[in-house]
Design a protein around this ligand. Structure first.
Ligand SMILES: Nc1ncnc2c1ncn2[C@@H]1O[C@H](COP(=O)(O)OP(=O)(O)OP(=O)(O)O)[C@@H](O)[C@H]1O
Ligand SMILES: [Mg+2]
Length: 331
């Protein structure tokens, strides 16, 4: 599926690649294009080093969906996964659930109804990448809950971080699976104790049910990410030797995680102009050599759609430039 069709028909389009190659610019350009085609579009940045607001030229508050002025169908959101374990412990020990920063991180809703002890128990189990887990929780909200958006565009973090993120459903699910088992055992024990020591018959604890629900939504989100009629991952790269090797590895990882990928953006290409300086000419020759390789490996052999974007004189940011970049992406 080419990018145009993906943006017109899918529920999710993710943009990823190496640091600094143009992921945010591409994602923002695509989001503007889709919104102006009439699709109600939400662009989410899952990169802890946010630059989506800067790219769009608007101030985005962490965790808050912000309608973009002048583009009626576009909303942007930077989620804030940068909370480490210590901060999390501080949060859970100072603030009661619900009114704490947890809701800012999007987990308020998911963890609603848990007792403080439960949360501490969960966090003290040190799941891998709890910060990403929080980010993922927020993403889940948008994938799995009823929402008004036709399309969600993800501006992801540089490669390694994104791959951990994509592998997170499995990690989280197995982690929650372990807790579920443990809690079932504990629950039985506690039930016996409760009946021995109290006259209360009814067990009000519904955290097991909530965990199960959360686990199911993780698994559903995982299914959606893997579904080619719902999601497509767009790799952004530059025409350099190292980027070719890295893109090859990236494609393999996407295959491993079953994430559909059919488009590759080759960004920052020097154009053939008469007034190119010697330095730029040399770079153009280097880029064209690599572009040929990219066409051969990713185009001919792997059947990916390649999208070529020129290197602009100016920074690509704010509406006009993003629109211009979009015009190269959608042909
Ligand atoms: N085709 C282009 N021509 C000129 N400048 C570009 C082009 N694409 C991106 N840029 C510029 O390169 C810089 C990096 O772009 P961008 O922020 O989109 O990359 P990124 O991959 O999201 O980076 P990060 O890994 O830091 O998130 C920005 O200053 C952007 O304006
Ligand atoms: Mg970026």
């Amino acid at each position: 599926m080419d990018l145009k069709h993906a943006l017109m028909n899918l529920q999710m389009v993710m943009f990823g690649g190496k640091g600094g190659v143009g992921k945010t610019s591409s994602a923002a350009s695509a989001a503007i294009w889709a919104a102006e085609q009439g699709r109600n579009t939400l662009i989410i940045s899952t990169d802890p080093a946010h630059s989506l607001g800067d790219s769009l030229g608007v101030e985005l508050l962490p965790g808050e969906t912000t309608p973009i002025k002048g583009i009626p169908k576009l909303t942007a959101l930077e989620i804030n996964p940068g909370t480490n374990m210590t901060e999390l412990h501080n949060l859970t020990s100072i603030n009661p659930l619900g009114e704490s920063g947890l809701s800012d991180m999007g987990m308020g809703g998911l963890l609603e109804g848990f007792g403080m002890g439960d949360l501490q128990e969960l966090t003290s189990m040190n799941p891998p990448g709890i910060d990403e887990a929080f980010a993922f929780g927020k993403v889940l909200e948008f994938i799995e809950k009823e929402h008004e958006y036709d399309l969600i565009i993800f501006d992801t973090a540089p490669t390694g971080h994104t791959l951990r993120f994509l592998g997170l459903p499995e990690t989280l699910s197995s982690w929650i699976g372990k807790i579920l088992k443990m809690r079932l055992k504990m629950g039985k024990m506690l039930g016996v104790l409760k009946r021995m020591f109290s006259r209360e018959e009814k067990d009000e604890d519904n955290s097991l049910e909530l965990l199960e629900k959360y686990n199911n939504s993780i698994l559903n989100a995982r299914e959606d990410l893997m579904n080619p009629s719902k999601n497509n991952f767009v790799i952004v790269m530059i025409p350099e030797e190292m980027a070719i090797t890295e893109t090859g590895r990236f494609i393999n990882e996407l295959i491993k995680y079953d994430i559909p990928n059919s488009n590759i953006i080759v960004n920052q290409l020097y154009q053939d102009q008469v007034d190119l300086c010697d330095f730029c000419k040399a770079r153009r020759i280097m880029q064209q050599k690599n572009l040929d390789k990219i066409k051969e490996i990713f185009g001919n052999k792997m059947g990916k759609n390649l999208i070529e974007i020129p290197l602009f004189k100016e920074e690509v940011r704010e509406y006009n430039k993003l629109k211009e970049m979009g015009s190269y992406m959608i042909k």
